[in-house]
Every structure is written in C-alpha cells, then in structure tokens.
Design a binder for this molecule. Sequence first.
Ligand SMILES: Cc1ncc(C[n+]2csc(CCOP(=O)(O)OP(=O)(O)O)c2C)c(N)n1
Ligand SMILES: [Mg+2]
Length: 718
Amino acid sequence: MALQTRVKLAKLDAPKVHGLDHDTLIRIYRTMFLSRRLDDREIQLKRQNKIYFQISSAGHEAICAAMGLFLRPGVDWIYPYYRDRALCLMLGVTPLETLLAAVGAKDDPSSGGRQMPSHWGQPKLNIVSKSSCTGTQFVQAVGAAEATLYYEGRRKALAQAKKAPLGEYVNHERDEIVYVSGGDGATSEGEFWESLNVACGKRLPLLYLVEDNGYAISVPVEVQTAGGSISKLVRSFPALHVAECDGTDPIESYSVCKEAVQYCRERRGPALIHAHVTRPYSHSLSDDEKLYKSAEEREEEARRDPISKFALFLVREGILDQKQIESLEAEVDNEVREAADQALAAEEPSIDSIRMNVYSPDVDPASAAFESEPQLHGAPKTMVEMVALTLADEMARDERITIFGEDVADASREDSLKQVKGKGGVFKATAGLQRKYGNDRVFNTPLAEASIVGRALGMATRGLKPVAEIQFFDYIWPAMMQIRDELCVMRWRSNGAFKAPVVLRVPIGGYLTGGGVYHSQSGESIFTHCPGLRVVMPSTALDVAGLLRTAIRCDDPVMFLEHKHLYRQPYNRSEHPGPDFTIPFGKARTVKEGSDLSIITYGAVVHRAEVAAAQLEREGISVEIIDLRSLSPYDWEAIAATVRKTHRVIVAYEDMLSWGYGAEIAARIADELFEDLDAPVRRVAAMDTFCAYQPKLEDVILPQTSHITAAVKRLLEY
Ligand SMILES: Cc1ncc(C[n+]2csc(CCOP(=O)(O)OP(=O)(O)O)c2C)c(N)n1
Ligand SMILES: [Mg+2]
C-alpha cells in the first residue's frame, strides 16, 4: 500500500543516515511498525483462540527491514528464519498473506494451512518454504547458491529446468545472491558449520544473517556459543566477509547490509552479518521469559526496542512530526484490521486436501508411462557397472543432473586426473563420470552427510536434478533430519509450491564377510516409514537400470538402495537394456512361479530364496518367489495374487525381525488376506541384534538359505 502520510521534508544529515532519503526512511519505519502490529494482532487472535500458534518478529524488525531493501524479490533466493516478517513484508508478502497463514486458510500461500504461522514460503518471490527445524536451512541455501554458479555455465540445464514441472519458478540472473538467516541458537547446529565450510570453500554468493537476540528460548548466548560471539568465531573462514551491527538500528543495519550484499553480488565470496537484536515478546506465546530473564535485563532490552527508538529518531531528525507518526500508525492499524477481518473470513482447506502434494501430481513413477521393453545388447554387466552406465546415459540426456558425495569423483585435483585412473566411488559406481561430464557436474564433497542431502535439496528446489551418494547406509544418520523433515516434506508443507526431486543412492546391507556393525546395516523400514519419499531396492542389474532411470526421471525424492553384496555377483548380471529402459515403481517381479508356497522378498535375500527353492524343488516342493524391488510404493496386488494362489506365505528379508520392513508386509497379509491363508504368515529375517564382523557370527545373525528351507518345511506341515 502506498504511503499516504504526507511528509514534511527536512534536510537530512547524509553521513548520519548513510545516504538514505526521506521516503526510504519512512518506508523502513512503516514496514517495521506493520510487522510489529501484525505480531500484536496475532497475539490478540491467539488469546481469543482464533489462531493456534504465534511466534513474533518483535525486536528483529530493523535489521530485517533494512535487509529487505537490498534483496530483489523473484531474483535473489531467500531462506528466511521465522522472525523475518519485516523482511518478507519488504519483499512483497502482504499483511493478508501473513494472517492467512496464522488462521490456517486454504489460500495461505506459504502452506495452505499446513504449517504454523511465520513459516514463510512464496515461489513467485523466491522465498523458499521454511520448516520449523533450526539450522537445516543453511545447507539448503548452500545448494541454492551452488545452483547459481551451475546455471551460469550451464544454460542448457536452465532451459531443461524451465520445461520441467514447476519450471515457471526456475530463474537465474547473473548477479543474483542467496540469503539465509538464523538465530544465535541455530548457529550451534552442525549444519551451520557444514554450510560455512562449503560456502567459503567454493566462494558461494551466499549471505548469512545471524539475528542474535541473546537467547535460544531460555538458553543465553554465552551458553550457546563459546565466548558468546558468533562473529568472533567465524572470522577465520577464508573469503568470508564478516560484519557485526546493532540490528535494532535500521540505519546502521542498512549500511552493513549494503556492504555485505555488494560483496556477495560481486562474487567475492560469502558474507555473514551478526546483528544484535532484542526479543521483547518471549520466545513464542508458549513461553514466558520472566521465568529466566531478570527484570533488569528485560528493562534494558525495552530501552533498545527498535520501533520506539526509530520513531524517536524520525521525530528528532525532523523527518516526521508526532502527528505524522500517529497518522502513519493509524493507517497501518487500519490495514492490519482489514487484513485480519479478511483472514478470519477466509475459507478453510477442505478435509480431503490433506492427501494432496505428498507426491508429485505431475509425474507418477508407478504409472504405465514408465513401462518399457529392454533392448538388450552388449556384454553382461554387473549391478555396479550398470549403476555407472545408467548414470552416464542419463547425464547425457539431462544437463540438470549433478552427482556428488564422498569419493564419487575420479580425482578432485585436475593435475592428478590427467595422470591417474580415477577413484569413482568406493564401489566404483560413479567411475569415469567426472572425466566424461566435468568437475561441475561430478564432484567430491566434504565428509558431512547432512550437508550432502541439504545441498541436494537446495539444488533441486531450483530445478536441478541432484543424484547424491551416501557412501554407506550405516552413515546416513547425520542426514536424517534433512531427509525426514525436509526432503520428504518439502512438497507437502508448501502445498505443492516447492519440490525436492533428489535421488539418494545408498549402498546398503550385509553378507560382506567382515563388514561388521558399521558396514552391514539394513534399515529400509525407517525410510519407507516417511511419506513423501520413494524407496526402491533392486536385486538385479536389469532392475538397477530400469529403476534408477525411473528414479531420475520422476519428480519425487527417491532413496535408491544398492545392496553392496549384490554389486558384483555373477548371477544378477544383465546386458545393457538401452538408454530409455525404465521400470515403474511399485511393480514386483515374479522371480519364479510355484504352487505350494510363496516367498515375498527383496534385496540380497532374493538369491537365497532362489537357492532354497531349487533345493526344495528336488524334494517335490514348488515355491513361488516375488521380488518386491520397490519398497515404497510396493506391489500389494502382486502380494495378494500370490497369496491367493498358494495360500501359504513367507516374508523373507534381511532387516531385523522386529519392526523390519517385512513385519509390515506380514501384518498386512494377516490383516487383509486372512481368509486366503491356509497357515500363519511366517517371517524369516535377521536376529534383533547387530551384524558381527566375525563371519561365523554374521552367518547366524543374517537370514540364510537354510533358514528359508526350514521355514518352508515347517509351514507346509500345517
Ligand atoms: C532442530 C531443532 N531443535 C530444536 C527446536 C526447538 N526450538 C525452536 S526455536 C528454538 C530456539 C532457537 O533459537 P535461535 O536460533 O536463537 O532463534 P530465536 O528464536 O532466538 O530467534 C528451539 C530450541 C527446533 N525447532 N529445531
Ligand atoms: Mg536467539
């Protein structure tokens, strides 16, 4: 809304206001005041039980409003913290839009009523959907800044990204930058440090704003940060521009933001602003700061309140007189009242909308569009060779694909690359790809799993197609929050405005003879438990080719589990099926037909079931084997069909017996196919313990052919 308050022009002392003109000074104040009034209104609505949560931006308005003057909506990429209301208003988010989020309205542009208020997100403004997690945003912003550099050199990738679903929001400008903010508390998360390491190492155009209000809920900054000052700690990061300011003073903030933004735009490296702000309204409405802040401290904070201080400044400098301030404030109050009335009358989301946008509405990887016939040619390839071949084929087709992780490159040092054969992954699954497609497309990362996934997510948000590798399933856990709370939820929480079509390739499983507890883990059920994520686990080279290609071409995040023990087996090789061979997700493969009993399995147990079936065949027992190969979605129809055919079923899987993936399948069979069973559903699985290094112990722990054979015989006795 245009400022209607008439302003008496005063002569400004230029150095005092860093060249800011009257209109801009008033715009800053208006935005700050509007932000505060929206908080006040939300607090009132919460007390009236008309909204369900409130977290304020009070005390943070000055630095955020100042920053908003330098960021360009729809050009720069914004990863805002929940206290960035004034920034978002400056960039074009309207008061009504913020209140639509507060009431959880259908037309709330950040989430359609799915997220709490102040969890910003608007694709047309390049404001990326924010989760509640403190710290995850930092590594995602790194990925977004990497996309900036990537698109600079890869125009074809940009064109391809624009053509993909949600491509209307893909953009790139030569001097764009990425902004990410967080609180003093959030800087303690590992992801903050992981992100700085990459941003400085790659000199990314990434601007950090640390809004230090002295507390993370009740934890004071000296407990949070060694020495109490984050800017002191980060000063030794190379190429990082570091500035500290009074974030309650918009004019000082303006000058500091100007310099930092310029530093990033000029591609001199990342910048970090450490802004000291206040937090007068407690952490949220669920908190009462009187419980841990002394009265003296609270009074001191009140004296630093940015709104009252700046109003006083404007009057003192003759920019606005008291009457004009009152008139401006009345105008803002009116605007807030009107927006609140509209928000309270807004339509709620429909109950059935809850199922929408868990997965892509545009690309269904389980559809017939992904059915194809293999065009087999060439010498048989192992599973791991097929991974590399499929990646190479897809990279040739789609310039959006980037590949990264620990040790995935042939050789990071270009001089060495000329002289050596190349590493290409600890299992050689990415061998030769860097040499073929370049260092910007295939590269090694620091040893930091959360940042591998977070960076992939940041790139995917901007239209790229990252295929990242987690070196061993056993080491995926630092990335768990990025996977569970970010990758899986991005599309749903933004109500379809953002997506995260990352492929995570993860070597998994045991039977390694000497793998021990940290190189043999299973745990696929932990990820099939996560809505939003597709999980596949092929057991043959042909299925690797078809399913990996589908994973890359689909528009959802996919966890592609590669069983290490199967990588180089002679029994699952395949000729190359051609560059367009895809297999739909959620379609099982009948490994062997049979009539007496069914074994439902996947991964490394498929072959063990085949060996068991061959032995049993000699004793006149006919076993049917179903390889699920896709775990989420999975082929319930194939399961039901085989149970209805043989009436006896064993679910055989490598994960632990209790709470393992097969436990759910067995439960569903017992639940929904009870009438079709002639005997109870049986499971053959690993013991509920860890996988031992000593091969004799490993043999006992993991399911073996002999366990399957014994289970089949027992089941046929019914
Ligand atoms: C990963 C994670 N851990 C804990 C929380 C709960 N939590 C929400 S805000 C917050 C404090 C954040 O402090 P700070 O980063 O300083 O931001 P401030 O709220 O002070 O602006 C905590 C612990 C969370 N949301 N995410
Ligand atoms: Mg804080």
